[in-house]
Design a protein around this ligand. Structure first.
Ligand code: RIB
Length: 282
């Protein structure tokens, strides 16, 4: 429970309500909010800046006590304006250069590294990185981490093939799979590291429906470890992000900011973990 004169409500503006990663984060926020006797409003920006701005304006009009957001652009002046207006804000799952609010992230560069190290351990020397757009800092970090591991293994840069997608969706994974299948056999990667699980599940579906064996013809690693990864037709290896804990930690920081006059903004970073399953182990 917050102090007197509060509305006892928080809100989370998520980036993509179709991605179970964000509903898991929301669940973590909700659990922490419930423990503190707070209600939570959920909004979805759908990755669109104007939609996000409209949500922020409405929520401030409704005098929520604090806002959590996975923003379209973590460095947008819109977020600074929310803080200037006096509403406490925590950025969830996006790194930001601003130090005027708290943020909770996962070390994505390490995540990219451990995914590739796992594929190298399985003997792969021609790998595709599938994801995008590279305007998202996290996608860049996951790719950079993959490149770090690749370079350290002394493999030619050209054998880490980058397949850029417009978004992170099952459909984009299907299309990327078709592109890979169209390559001449000698150029075709034997494994793919996908920037999230939705893309990996699309790729897996394309591989199975075109008669490829996973992992014998193509090994696949995703990112997030959403529940559908373990339950896929071929259980999917994935880089696990502590999704609920991310939400919980963000909500706890916000509760502290609202209640504690001594509050100091913090940038909290979690560590990802590789979960190896049949899609890479056989
Ligand atoms: O942009 C969506 C992605 O970012 C999610 O799938 C998850 O990986 C998050 O970190």
């Amino acid at each position: 429970q917050l102090r007197m004169g509060r509305s006892n409500t928080f809100a989370y503006v998520m980036l993509d309500a179709t991605n179970p990663f964000f509903t898991d984060v929301a669940r973590g926020i909700e659990l922490a909010a419930e423990k503190a006797d707070l209600s939570l409003f959920l909004c979805n920006s759908d990755g669109r800046g104007p939609r996000e701005a409209a949500h922020l304006a409405h929520l401030q009009q409704h005098r929520v006590d604090g806002l959590l957001i996975t923003p379209v652009d973590p460095d947008s002046p819109e977020l600074a304006r929310v803080v200037q207006h006096g509403t406490p804000l925590v950025v969830v799952d996006r790194a930001t250069t601003s130090r005027s609010f708290c943020s909770v992230t996962v070390d994505d560069r390490l995540g990219g590294r451990i995914a590739i190290e796992h594929l190298l351990d399985q003997g792969h020397t021609k790998v595709a990185f599938i994801g995008g757009p590279s305007s998202i800092g996290q996608i860049r970090d996951r790719f950079d981490g993959a490149c770090d591991a690749w370079r350290e293994a002394g493999l030619p840069e050209t054998d880490l093939l980058r397949v850029e997608t417009e978004t992170l969706s099952v459909q984009e994974g299907l299309v990327a799979g078709e592109r890979l299948a169209g390559l001449p056999r000698r150029k075709r990667p034997t494994a793919a590291f996908c920037a999230n699980d939705l893309v990996a599940l699309g790729l897996l579906q394309q591989a199975i429906s075109s008669g490829q064996r996973v992992p014998e013809d193509i090994a696949i690693v995703g990112y997030d470890d959403i529940a559908f990864a373990a339950g896929a037709a071929v259980p999917l290896s994935s880089v696990r992000q502590p999704r609920q804990n991310l939400g919980r930690a963000a909500a706890d920081l916000l509760i502290d900011e609202v209640n504690n006059p001594e509050h100091e903004h913090q940038q909290v970073e979690f560590t990802p973990e590789l979960i190896a399953r049949t899609s890479t182990l056989g």
